[in-house]
Design a protein. Sequence first.
Length: 157
Amino acid sequence: MNALSKTRIFLIFFCLQLTACNSIGVFEKNIAFKKQEWPGNYKPSFSFTITDTAAAYNIYLVLRHTDAYNYNNIWMKFTRKGPETSYTQQVDLRLATNGQGWLGTGMDDIWEHRIPITQAATQFRRSGNYEFTLEQVMRQDPLLHVLNVGLRVEKVK
């Protein structure tokens, strides 16, 4: 292999590495639950900083559960606090259908869901610190067979 071929391979690898770094997103954090149980009084909170107010962002709930999870959905309350406002919304998120089964991606008996919290991309009006608090509001307490929950924020390209 000559020097020109080696240089080309290096440049291709370097460009792929740069592209991979850009696809990670702005923020992602997951919280694991002891004994695969999410107590109703435990409300994980996630903080991140927004600097680019011209960009739009997709915000996802990340949920991992076992195949033994008993429901097709999860009722959640999301509270968002930021430099300008705060609000709370309650949503019913679909995890499975009777026809298709689990809608997430699975490996063995573990399923992961990345579910958009908002219907459209979000644009933050002010730069600064934002905090999202997640609360499960299901009737079962604690909610069994939940491994972890998290939040992912991605910049729309």
